[in-house]
Design a protein around this ligand. Structure first.
Ligand code: NAD
Length: 438
């Protein structure tokens, strides 16, 4: 196992065009620089925040079911912990890289700070395709990864959570492996666990719920009635389906949703509860659309981004709104459900066109906020009801929304810059009062 600061990959300068999809790190750094000009913060602090504190790189050997041994590479990027322990997901995906982990860990720092949670940012994962692994192999890989990361994680140090390719079961294995070695049950080492071992109610729905709350507030702010608000949602997975169904329940007309198979459209509003989500039935959106009366299929799933709706929610993957299609977006408000769906170039085009983009670090922060609730329950050994989680989430989201709205109004900046200003202001102040030591 080796540890150390990030190598030259994370020092690569960001490019100015949109020809290649931007890396999460390039986007995160450019967003940081863009927002920093609005704040009177020591440039040394901004420079420091462009780099992670540490990136742990570990070799994770796995005995495959056929008896052979394969060694996987795992990472844990720890960006900044001035406000509290590092917090962020662990993904199992073939394209996990050090650079990606660093960029995503930076976003977690801003996300926790904008929500005023007592956490910093972390992100990690294993370069592996979980679909190629049996359940037993995934369990052994997770347990060994937990052991390799054991010196660096813990409820007061760094608290992982599920992400792409990992789930509540993965977190239960991680927590068990860590606890066995520590000699006591320590549920607070990870969040996103099944409730029976210290997970919280409402964690799964929380990111989609926060997207819906923020979309509702944004619509109200710009003078739209929620009743009849037209909404399109790209990506009908955990975030997209939960957001769409809540907005539908609150009176909005969700006219279009999509998954990897394509998009469906109904100008009168879809019955979102009748459309199966990705977890319930992958690629089911278009199968639903081919049978349902009054529902059309869009020729190209990406057309959903160009529909004339009040609110567009990209909730699938990153880099879908680019310099190529930003001029064709016809929504008035974009609420980012996915992490990093808008490239830096697209962001500038949308701002010039007067389209309001509510950023991911605010809109989908319900996930990490519910994780914070889980961590509180674990360290207090006291469980909350689903109603308590929903009430607290509503209150935390409204408070963060108000903090960001005040900056939008006071500084006449975009919602993304305002969210960064809130986050950076808190981080810089914490750094200032803690001081540089020695
Ligand atoms: P998911 O796997 O449950 O669903 C993703 C959905 O997107 C699926 O319906 C899939 O078919 C669809 N999709 C993928 N590529 C697409 C494309 N090119 N066009 C249209 N649809 C496409 O994933 P999720 O958990 O809902 O996460 C979605 C996004 O939200 C990711 O960016 C993730 O990082 C982010 N996010 C997730 C959470 C969480 O806790 N689930 C929290 C915060 C942010």
């Amino acid at each position: 196992m080796s540890t150390g600061t990030a190598d030259s990959a994370e020092n690569r300068p960001a490019t100015n065009d949109d020809a290649d999809p931007e890396s999460a790190l390039a986007t995160a750094r450019r967003q940081l620089e863009h927002a920093a000009v609005h704040l009177d913060v020591d440039p040394g602090v901004i420079e420091r925040l462009k780099h992670p504190t540490t990136v742990h790189r570990v070799a994770v050997p796995l005995e495959r079911d056929d008896g052979s041994v394969e060694v996987f590479t795992g990472y844990r990027a720890q960006h900044d912990d001035v406000r509290g322990p590092y917090k962020g997901g662990l993904r199992f995906h073939p394209e996990v890289s050090e650079e990606e982990c660093v960029g995503l860990s930076m976003w977690m720092t801003w996300k926790c700070a904008v929500m005023d949670l007592p956490f910093g940012g972390g992100k990690g994962g294993i370069v592996a395709d979980p679909k190629r692994l049996s359940d037993g192999e995934r369990e052994r890989l997770t347990r060994r990864f937990a052991e390799e990361l054991r010196p660096f994680v813990g409820p007061k140090k760094d608290i992982p959570a599920p992400d792409m390719g990992t789930d509540a079961q993965t977190m239960a294995w991680f927590m068990d492996a860590y606890s066995m070695q520590e000699g006591e049950t320590i549920p607070g080492v990870v969040t996103g666990k099944p409730p029976v071992v210290g997970g919280t109610e409402g964690r799964e729905e929380a990111p989609g719920r926060s997207v819906a709350i923020v979309a509702r507030e944004a619509a109200d702010y710009y003078g739209y009635d929620l009743d009849g608000l037209t909404v399109a949602v790209q990506g009908y997975g955990s975030v997209g389906a939960n957001a769409a169904r809540l907005l539908d329940d609150w009176g909005a007309d969700v006219v279009s949703v999509s998954d990897t198979g394509g998009a469906v459209y109904d100008p009168d509003g879809l019955d979102t509860h009748a459309v199966p989500s990705f977890a319930e039935e992958p690629n089911a959106v278009t199968e639903f659309g081919s049978d349902a009366p009054g529902v059309d299929l869009l020729d190209d799933g990406s057309d959903i981004l160009e529909l004339d709706v009040d609110v567009l929610v990209p909730a699938a993957v990153g880099n879908v709104l680019t310099a190529d299609n930003a001029t064709d977006v016809r929504a008035d408000v974009v609420v980012e459900g996915a992490n990093g769906p808008t490239t830096f170039a697209a962001d500038e085009i949308l701002a010039e066109r007067g389209i309001h983009v509510i950023p991911d670090i605010l809109a989908n922060a319900g996930g990490v906020t519910a994780s914070y609730f889980e961590w509180l329950q674990d360290i207090n050994r006291r469980t909350w009801t689903l109603e308590q989680v929903r009430t607290e989430l509503e209150s935390e989201m409204l408070s963060a929304w108000d903090d960001v709205r005040r900056e939008v109004e006071a500084r006449d900046v975009t919602w993304r810059d305002a969210a960064y200003v809130v986050a950076l202001g808190r981080i810089a102040e914490a750094k200032s009062v803690r001081g540089l030591w020695p």
